[in-house]
Design a protein around this ligand. Structure first.
Ligand code: HAX
Length: 429
């Protein structure tokens, strides 16, 4: 039996017992109210989803299973997946075994490569990643188990098998997309002796610098999960709640990640930094940056990489990338501009007075790091994000299948119904 399944079998009774006890003791206790503004405003801030893998607080940012992300920056992505899925950090033996498991299944079927090759030259890399995963759906152990009448409380075991297969292949699919689209089309085979992220860094063929492999590791760690309410996680978990298998669910999640208000923001941040470089012929002075930021704000444009829907402090993932740049003494143009923006933008946004959070988010620096190592094709950046985020969404789906979560089905209301509800509530308060 594989290492992750062994651990999940140990923690499964606790997960189920905790959920059942909560339901039994407090099932009908109201814990929040919802305003009209929240219903109209994308359900912002409504506590209505269960996500046990991670949480994001305004004052501190991301915690994975209760551990602040800044305490996990030396981990490998396999460790993070183990932690997300089981709630426990793996021992060194468990980490190695999971790494080997992912490598042992690391094949990209020829049929998937054929789909990627058949896509038009202007297909976005995210469309290719999503299609590549869908092309693997026929392999789903979960779908077969369901069709064979497997009892509901055992289905998670097949979801786990699908997660392992998907995570094993996603790095190869992503690397193939990069090589087909941006390089000479030759693919680099995985090396079974390497771990998940080192293999990915190698298959991309961007750089032989060990710091590049370390950056890919850190990138995959930092983007792995960001609780359950963001578009990609919510989509993936919702699709899987219909008992669609993991290939369908992660492909759908990636389609949400591809939106400019979500994962695609990182490519826009780099475009902004390159625009600054080109306009000023290098790294602008603090004064020039301040003037340019005001020019943007006065034109009604945002400062990319700053602000956040939940956070009210500097994103700890930005802090982790910043520390990485310091560690490797990376100070070429894009990174130097990203660092200087950090000195200037928070004050400007504070004076401007609109943004609730004047501090940088993870996207303010992540693209600059990839760019400096030679990955200059920034339409690919969201694919890097997607490979990482597949870890978290797979872990979230696994949790829901383990505890037997119901199909997601919130109630919608028409504008008229909402108006009536608001009138009634206004009278009684
Ligand atoms: N520059 C200028 N104005 C900003 C701003 C910024 N960086 N961030 C917020 N504001 C403005 C908003 O546009 C809004 O103005 P209006 O009232 O005129 O609409 C006002 O300040 C209040 O917004 P908010 O409540 O602070 O922020 P939101 O929750 O509405 O939006 C965003 C959060 C991240 C979308 C926003 O801060 C933004 O557009 N930032 C720039 C783009 C960016 O960095 N996106 C990456 C987000 C990270 C992420 O989640 N990636 O997946």
């Amino acid at each position: 039996m594989d290492v992750l399944k062994t651990k999940l079998l140990q923690v499964l009774p606790q997960f189920r017992a905790k959920r059942s006890a909560l339901l039994e003791q407090y099932g009908d206790v109201p814990v929040a109210t919802v305003t009209v503004e929240q219903i109209i405003g994308g359900m912002r801030g409504v506590p209505s989803l269960l996500c046990d893998t991670s949480s994001v607080s305004p004052s501190e940012g991301l915690r994975i299973r209760g551990i602040p992300i800044l305490e996990l920056t030396d981990a490998t992505p396999e460790e993070i997946f183990f932690l997300l899925a089981t709630g426990q950090r793996p021992t060194e033996d468990e980490r190695r075994a999971l790494s080997q498991l992912l490598t042992a299944h690391a094949t990209v079927p020829e049929s998937v490569l054929a789909v990627l090759r058949a896509m038009l030259p202007d297909a976005h890399p995210m469309a290719m990643l999503s299609a590549g995963l869908l092309a693997m759906e026929h392999q789903s152990a979960f779908r077969k188990a369901y069709e064979d009448g497997t009892p509901k409380d055992q289905l998670w075991e097949y979801a786990l098998a699908d997660c392992i297969q998907l995570l094993s292949s996603i790095t190869g699919i992503a690397a193939a997309i990069y090589r087909l689209k941006f390089r000479d089309g030759t693919l680099i085979e995985p090396d079974p002796a390497l771990d998940w992220s080192t293999n990915f860094a190698r298959m991309l063929g961007v750089s032989d610098d060990p710091a590049w492999a370390d950056l890919v590791r850190l990138y995959l760690v930092l983007h792995a999960d960001h609780e359950g309410g963001n578009v990609s996680a919510f989509t993936g978990v919702t699709v899987a709640s219909a008992l669609s298998d993991v290939f369908y669910a992660i492909s759908a999640a990636l389609n949400g990640l591809a939106g400019p208000l979500h994962g695609l923001a990182n490519q826009e941040c780099l475009a902004f930094i390159l625009e600054l470089r080109d306009r000023f012929g290098g790294v602008p002075t603090a004064e020039q940056l301040r003037d340019l930021c005001w020019e943007r704000l006065n034109n009604g444009q945002v400062i990319p990489g700053y602000g956040h829907a939940v956070l009210r402090v500097t994103d700890p993932r930005f802090t982790a990338f910043y520390a990485f740049a310091e560690k490797y003494k990376l100070d070429r143009e894009c990174i130097a501009i990203a660092k200087r923006l950090y000195q200037v933008v928070p004050d400007v946004l504070r004076q401007h007075g609109k943004a609730k959070n004047p501090y940088p988010n993870v996207d303010a620096i992540s693209g600059s790091l990839l760019y400096e190592f030679g990955m200059t094709e920034f339409t690919f950046y969201t694919v890097m994000f997607g490979v990482s985020r597949a870890l978290g969404i797979c872990a979230q789906i696994l949790f829901h299948r383990m505890v037997g979560s119901a199909i997601v089905r919130p109630k919608s209301v028409t504008l008229d119904e909402l108006e009536q509800m608001a009138r009634r509530a206004a009278v009684t308060t």
